[in-house]
Design a protein around this ligand. Structure first.
Ligand code: PRP
Length: 181
């Protein structure tokens, strides 16, 4: 794929990602056995992970979508999280898992979790494929984490830089010349 010319290094191959998604799906299947669970996809970055993850979960589940934005066309968060699309269904009394591609500063998920907690779900957990603890600007921990990564800017498997690279099947470190030129 032409876009790979901008990738400095592949961090996780599609096979490694698939293996991890399977593991996360198994843990969620065990924890929610016999329950109904609502999985919320946070658009747009998590969409690829989300569609793979739900197919690895062996429990009764429904899905919904929410969208926030804080990065714009930058590699750093603006720190201001905006809700750009709300859920279509009420979550009161439901077991809910928010699905994210990455926890970086933690600001997005802290905002979303607080907003959804106010709607009184029976339980509320967070599943993120990637966690970048060095990026934290607030105290926030996810419940189900795929990979913990160093402080590098990554793209692929749903993650973008200025809306590009989302379709790469692997996760890679973006060559810094792409965003410093
Ligand atoms: C990305 C990502 C998370 C958030 C994580 O979203 O999908 O939602 O940033 O960063 P944080 O922990 O520093 O808040 P982005 O705003 O880039 O939108 P996108 O999902 O449409 O790419």
């Amino acid at each position: 794929m032409e876009l790979y010319k901008d990738i400095e290094k592949i961090l996780f191959t599609k096979e490694e990602i698939a293996e991890k998604v399977k593991e996360l799906g198994k843990r969620i299947s065990e924890d929610y056995h016999g329950k109904n669970v609502l999985l919320i996809c946070t658009l747009r970055g998590a969409s690829v992970f989300f569609s793979d993850l739900i197919r690895e979960i062996d429990a009764d589940l429904t899905i919904d979508f929410i969208a926030m934005s804080s990065y714009g066309a930058s590699t750093k968060t603006s720190g201001e999280v905006k809700l750009t699309k709300d859920l279509a269904t009420p979550i009161s009394g439901k077991h809910v898992i928010i699905v994210e591609d990455i926890i970086d500063s933690g600001l997005t998920l802290k905002y979303v979790k607080r907003m959804l907690e106010a709607r009184n779900p029976a339980s509320l957990k967070v599943c993120a494929l990637l966690d970048k603890p060095e990026g934290r600007r607030t105290d926030f921990e996810g419940d189900y984490i795929g990979f913990t990564i160093p402080n590098v800017f990554i793209v692929g498997y749903g993650l973008d830089y200025a809306e590009r690279y989302r379709q790469l099947p692997d996760i890679g470190i973006l060559d810094p010349t792409v965003y410093t030129k």
